[in-house]
Design a protein around this ligand. Structure first.
Ligand code: G6P
Length: 366
């Protein structure tokens, strides 16, 4: 692959900054920007679907987890998400009307490929959300839905993730229309928000300087917790994965509502707790989690939007304020902040950002 770092120190940094462009490219592939509608996709019909099964590994699986909230609320479509290595060995149940979606940047991940073969053998329609058009998963799927992220070189996935989310958001809107749960105006609203996401992402990335400062604060800690609710819960898992992968700091993501069922026991003076807290429908619940951990001494870093920042003033030790997004665009915008945080912790610690120890870009053997 011919790829250059340009002015960036690492491919990962370059790829983080390419996100506005690749999100725009991916969304443009799926939508009509004049009608503010999602294009039909030949061979894909969510009307009669009884369930959507989503399978992937690592970051791709987390993109699937986030989209479960969208398919549920926009299309009333039941979604089951699994990591490929579990799915393929648990003798999965397939039901009439199932559609199975396999998410993979490389299109070559062994477990994801085998999971897809299993679904195909059961007679289930297989969709592949892939970034590599000539990959094995793309070739064998009944239908390919592409992400248009371009080659991703950094082992830790960034722009492939946000491209997957962009495409999944479009598919959820399509499913919502197919299933009669989104009217014309609602569809237009969602599509308009997706079309606005690259511009908002540019603004989100402008927080890099502040995030770099915070990265220096947490780089010396042995453990970091990430909390989020609803669609921000899988994003918290992805955030923790990013930090682990490249900085080798132990990190855990938790659903904020689970705090009292264990993780709160870990809170001690100075423990960094990073809370993904957009001012959404569940903001007050997230805010109360912030109060609970802060009162036990946690060093709370809240990632929020302008309205959330006003509410959290004096409650979180640090606040990163991103632009206000929508239900569909918030996870994309908030992803950029957690990517930059992991990136700058790793740079500060001097790890090999693009080639972290023991990890491979694509896991083609079990
Ligand atoms: C490896 C990579 C991850 C990636 C995962 C799935 O673990 O390091 O960045 O998320 O594989 O890869 P895929 O190509 O299937 O998306």
């Amino acid at each position: 692959v011919l790829a250059e770092k340009g002015n960036h120190r690492h491919f990962m940094e370059k790829e983080i900054h390419e996100q506005p462009e690749v999100m725009g490219r991916t969304v443009s592939h799926y939508v009509d920007a004049f009608e503010n509608s999602v294009h039909e996709i030949a061979g894909l019909d969510f009307r009669a679907a009884s369930r959507l099964i989503i399978v992937g590994c690592g970051t791709a699986a987390y993109a699937g987890e986030i989209s479960r909230y969208w398919f549920g609320s926009l299309a009333r479509l039941a979604v089951e998400v699994d990591i490929a290595s579990e799915f393929r060995y648990r003798d999965p149940v397939f039901l009439p009307g199932d559609i199975a979606l396999f998410i993979s940047q490389s299109g070559e991940t062994a477990d994801t490929l085998e999971a897809m073969r299993l679904a195909a053998a059961a007679g289930v329609q297989t969709l592949a959300l892939v970034n590599t058009p000539h990959s094995t998963i793309a070739r064998e799927a009944s239908l390919v839905v592409p992400t248009l992220a371009g080659p991703e070189i950094g082992v830790a996935s960034t722009k492939a993730f946000t491209s997957q989310l962009s495409a999944l958001a479009c598919l959820a809107v399509l499913a919502g229309r197919h299933r009669g749960h989104l009217d014309r105006a609602q569809e237009a609203g969602h599509v308009a928000s997706l079309l606005a996401s690259p511009g908002l992402m540019v603004k989100a990335l402008e927080r890099e300087g502040e995030i770099e400062q915070l990265a220096h604060e947490i780089a010396g800690h042995p453990t970091v917790l990430y909390l989020g609710r609803n669609q921000n819960f899988p994003l918290a898992l992805e955030a923790a994965l990013k930090l682990k992968e490249i900085s080798y700091i132990h990190a855990e993501g938790y659903a904020a509502g689970e705090l009292k069922h264990g993780p709160i026991a870990l809170i001690e003076e100075g423990l960094p707790v990073i809370v993904i807290a957009p001012h959404d429908a569940l903001f007050d619940k997230t805010r109360s989690s912030i109060q609970q951990v802060a009162s036990r001494g946690a060093h709370v870093i809240a990632i929020t939007d302008p309205e959330g920042a006003r509410a959290l003033e004096g409650e979180a030790a640090r606040i990163i304020t991103l632009p206000k997004g929508s239900q569909l665009t918030n996870p994309l915008l908030f992803a950029s902040a957690v990517q930059l945080l992991a990136y700058h912790v790793a740079v500060y610690k001097g790890t090999d950002v693009d080639q972290p120890r023991n990890l491979a870009k694509s896991v083609t053997v079990e």
